[in-house]
Each structure stands twice: as structure tokens, then as C-alpha cells.
Ligand binder design. Sequence first.
Ligand code: SF4
Length: 500
Amino acid sequence: MTLYIDGHDYQYEVECLCRMFFSYKKLNTVKEALPDGESEYIYTKLTKNDSTTVLYTAVKLENSQAECESATVDNGMENYNNFCEKEMCRMLYRALTKLTGIRLRWGILTGIRPVRIVNRYIENGFSDCEIEKIFKEQFYVSDEKTALAIKTADMESDIIKRSGENSFSLYLSIPFCPSRCNYCSFVSHSTEKTAKMIPEYVEKLCEELKFAAQIVKAQDLKLETVYFGGGTPTTLSAEQLTTLFKLIEENFDLSGVSEYTVEAGRPDTITRDKLKAIMDAGVTRISINPQTLNDDVLREIGRRHTAQDTIDKYNLACEMGFDNINMDLIAGLPTDTYESFVQTVDKVMELNPQNVTLHTLSVKRAARLAGMADEVYREQHETVAAMLDYAYKRFEEHGYKPYYLYRQKNTMGNMENVGFCKDGKEGLYNVYIMDETHSIIAVGAGGVTKLRDCKRDYIERIFNYKYPYEYLGKFDEILSRKEQVTQFYERCKDNKDCCS
Ligand code: SF4
């Protein structure tokens, strides 16, 4: 399939939209006019005249008639560029929906943060009704997703307001897992291959933490949330976890911390000793992630534990007093069916965790979709959409509210990932990182420090090396990159408007 871009700069948006319809096909983008004799194409053209602009789109799939549309835009109109870009997307959307039969629930919205769009409208004085109208009529978002985005924005904005001035979150990356799930897109290493590296990794992580602590102390930054992610942090032993907890306690001021999370994602890493170490450290929130409670699907995705293991470890954590547990689920896993997904959701509702995060499988992780017949692919889209509809309904019945939402590229059915929680149990860090509310200081392999200058709405990123062996081998470079944090805040101080 070739996408033709003729006379305009809207390639990125147009390409993103087309990929949502054809994520299983190779899309070749060229900047030229449509040649004669093409049997399959997407063509977009902009012609600017003295006072008006003509937008033109034509889509033709194999064995179909071409769907063509044109629109005339006044060159003097307000937001001319934005309007032309959106109008071209709307024209394409209509043609692609008609020819493929695929209905995208998020319409022409292709970005990862649709809730941010809602928040921007709210900041500019728009009412919920007005935002609803814009989402449905201008972005072609479905009724359900419009309602979901507005509800989530409401919860999110309350959380964002809690972030104090000069605050930051601390993220620790533990990029190890007992085995690698076959849908995994994270930088995580199976301990079968990397177990030997872990003691040295913990040692270096302590050094990086101490270094980061000196910097944030000198800049008088206030620690608001701590997050151990990965990988699976509970791949470490209870002693290794305790070493890290102690080091954090001794080097950072934890008096203002409102949330301390450890992802204990895989039940096959959880032991009573580790949970005790986590609890003794004052951790307030953990994750125990079933992904699915169907043993066949667990085997298919390479998780070496059973559904019962998840339930047992969840019950153990509850019995030990953890009162803020998140469970991650994935819709669209290989070999999972609507019926089996429904059973998973129902069982999780019986367990009654305080948080449930529902992800949609990303297509790039599911190579099996490549080469699928169009019809089967469409069916998969609809099945995943039905799974989410079912889950959201059940979550609502059980008192869960959506508090953060993001989309990834190439998710099945172009759906979303949503965090739901019971009242007062929102995962603050999840919102802060997604909204880019405040700075995140990240340590460990693959960690990305994000420094936020809130007055200029500007983010600066510092990347740590991705792989544990690089992290260990180039550790001096990691520390020297961290010095950019000081430089950033010093620059902020020179800029008198900055939040610090
Ligand atoms: S537990 Fe998570 S991070 Fe680890 S391999 Fe599986 S998907 Fe990847």
C-alpha cells in the first residue's frame, strides 16, 4: 500500500491515521503526485491558490472503486494549518472506514494522550458538553470513548493538582524477570541469562541513587512518589530489596512522599520474605499482575506460573496487610477468547483489588497478526472492543473509576490502556508520568530522567544506557549524564519564571 503526500506537510498525522487502518500491511509513503495505473493507493493533495486552498483525498483498495473527496478552505481562516490537517484526516477517515469496514473508536485521534486534549479544552473554558460535541463531531470519537476520556480527565486533573511546587518522583529500573513473556516490549532480561549480573547491578544502582540524592538535595527538590518498576523488581532477593529501601531512606527525604510503589508483577517472584521486606520499608502500593487467569493463555505467552499462583500470592499480600494492590490485565492476548477474558475479569472482580489496569495488546508484539486476512483482522478488532466494553461495565459496577489513560501505537483495535481504582486509591505516579506533571529522576538501566520546566511547558530527557551490561560497563558516563540535572535546574533559576 502506498501513501502519496502531495503538496503538504501533514505527513505525520496522515500516516499515523492510515497505519491505524492497516497496521498489518506495509505502508510505503512517498512525496509525489499519484501515477497512472495504481490499483491500490491512498492519495492526499493540497493546492494553495490566492485566497483558498483545495484539499483532495482519494483512496483505492484492490477490487474497489476509488473513494474521492475534496474541500475548499479559506486561506485567511483562524488556525488554518490545524484545520487543513484535521480536515484532510476527516476526509481520509470517511473513505477508509467505508472501504475497510473498520470503525476506529478514537476516530482521527492518533496521539497517546487523548485525555490531555480534554484537559486543554477545560483549561480554555470549554464545558463537558462542548468537549463532547467536538470529540464526536470533529474527531469522530465514539460515544463510549468520549465519555471515558471526559471521566478520566476529571479524575486526572484532581491528581495533577496534588503535585506540589518543586516536586519530583523517583523511578528505579530493575530490568530483570524470571523469564521473558513473549509479548514483552520492555528492556527486560531473563534471569536465566543475567542472574550473575544482579549483585553488581544493585551495587551500582545504590551508587547512582546516592549521586541523584545529592543533586536533588542541592536543588531543594521535594520527593513526592517513589516507583520500583522494570522488569520485575521482585526478581531481586528480599536482602537486595532491603539494601535499596534502606539506601533510599538514608539518602532521600521521604517525609513528603505520598506514594511508594513496588511492582511485584510476576507471582512466580513473590515470597513472604520479599513482601515483608516491602512492607517493612513503608511501601504503600504493589502490583501483582495476572494478565490473564487462563492457564492455557499463560502458557501461550510464556509466563511460567498458573492463575492459581496469582490468586495465592494476592491472598498472601492481603493477609499480610497490603491494602493498595494493582492488578494488570491484557485484552487481546494470543489464544484468549472473549469468553475466557470475561472469566478473567469476573475472577479479578471477586478478588477485589484496589486498582485494575487494563491494557490492550500491542499488535507489534503479536506477529501472528501479520499476514492475516482482512476479515479475520477486523473480527479481532471487534473482539477486543467487546472485551473492553465488558470489562469497563464490570469495573463500574464494582465501584472502580478510570483515573489515567494512554494509548500506544499498534494496539489491537487501536484501543487504549486504562488504570481504574477504588476511591482514594489512584496510582499517583502513573498520572504524573503520563501527564508529565513534574520531573521524574530515573535510575538504573533503561531509566529515562524527564526534567520538567512547568512555566515553559518544556521537558528535557536524560537517557541511561538500556541494557544492564551497558549500564555496568559505562557507569561513569551514567553519573556524568546525571550532572545535566543540576545544569537544568541552574538554568531554570536563571529563568525567573521557572517553577523552581
Ligand atoms: S513480566 Fe513484564 S517486563 Fe517481565 S518479561 Fe513479562 S512483560 Fe516483560
